[in-house]
Design a protein around this ligand. Structure first.
Ligand code: GRG
Length: 329
């Protein structure tokens, strides 16, 4: 899946991503080497190694590199690749949790999707029971990888904080809550269409997006930064920047559900409208969604302009922000 071609940034994001994505995918392949029970491992591998943009992992890596370059700039030390071994296990854990969330999201009890990443969904191939268990196993294993494979050079207290933040970002105060709100709010678009709009409804859409999508994206950036030795102010900066990126990513996703096609998206378009989902587009329309994206892009770019990060580490962060907004897949 191409990354850079969809981005207006002049930074070559595809060239940046290529080697890093390969590193992460080789390690995922190794961590998920097939064993018994075969069906379980096949199901886990099927969804994790099925492609995907790897945006969250790349963001974690870019954040780690930015912190490393910033904090070593005065000493003129080395290249950003020095920080890769520190964060590759984290990047793999992130992609495993992400794949898990997609497998469960696609289940008949949730969004009931038949295609994901251009292939039949996990439960279509392995059956519902195995898909649920493969998701469970991926989530548990992601934590194990994070704890056991992050190099001993990383401060243990920082690592414990990352594990705790992962639980917060995807648990009952994060992604799981977002999914519950998303399910509970299905049907709200109809109410808005009938002009029965309340300010709390508008706030609710943003809340769903923040919990369901932005919290995990913000976690990814903060965790990469933390493992690379970020200061409290650097962590706060990455949290703010990546929450904007995450919110924009979900609004762009809402737009793509209307404007995209099966080939680019790898999943069936038009599902939000059909299911009467509460999205930025179904509730407020395409123009409002584009305006929201433009507002978020400005906010992200301003934050980047005012950051204390080493200048050479900023273009990739800008490119990732703009890719999240202008992507076609
Ligand atoms: C994590 C414990 C736990 C449970 C999961 C099912 C569920 C609870 C949450 C669903 C969250 C979800 C699927 C949110 C949508 C986020 C989103 C837009 C995903 C698509 O991400 P892309 O486009 O996918 O980055 P690729 O395939 O490119 O990796």
């Amino acid at each position: 899946m191409q990354v850079a071609s969809d981005s207006p940034s002049t930074f070559d994001l595809e060239a940046y991503s290529c080697q890093r994505r390969q590193l992460i995918e080789e390690r995922l392949d190794e961590y998920l080497s097939e064993r018994k029970p075969e069906k379980l491992w096949q199901a886990m591998r099927y969804s994790v190694l099925a492609g995907g943009k790897r945006l969250r992992a790349l963001l974690a890596m870019a954040a780690a590199e930015a912190v490393y370059l910033t904090n070593t700039a005065s000493r003129g030390v080395g290249s950003e690749s020095a920080v890769w071994p520190t964060v590759v296990p984290l990047c793999c854990a992130i992609e495993m949790v992400h794949a898990m969330s997609l497998v469960h999201d696609d289940l008949p009890a949730m969004d009931n999707d038949d295609f994901r990443r251009g292939k039949p969904t996990n439960h279509k191939v392995f059956g519902e029971a195995v898909a649920i268990l493969a998701g469970d196993a991926l989530f548990i294993m992601a934590n194990e990888i994070l704890v056991t494979k992050t190099p001993p050079t990383v401060d243990r207290e920082a690592l414990i904080k990352v594990v705790a933040e992962l639980a917060q970002a995807v648990g009952p105060e994060g992604m799981v809550a977002g999914q519950i709100y998303d399910l509970a709010f299905t049907g709200a678009a109809e109410k808005i269409e009938k002009k029965e709009i309340y300010p709390e409804d508008i706030a609710m859409i943003e809340t769903i997006h923040k919990y369901k999508t932005a919290a995990f994206i913000a976690f990814s950036a903060r965790a990469g930064a933390r493992l690379a030795g970020a200061s409290a102010s650097q962590l706060a900066w990455f949290g703010q920047f990546a929450e904007i990126l995450g919110l924009a990513f979900q609004v762009a996703d809402d737009l793509l559900d209307c404007t995209g096609n099966m080939k680019d998206l790898g999943k069936t378009p038009g599902k939000d409208q059909a299911a009467n989902k509460a999205t930025w587009v179904t509730c407020f329309g395409m123009e409002a969604a584009r305006a929201k994206l433009s507002e978020l892009e400005d906010a992200g770019l301003t934050l980047l302009d005012n950051s204390d990060l080493e200048p050479s580490s900023r273009p990739v962060l800008q490119a990732l922000l703009q890719y999240a907004i202008h992507r076609k897949s």
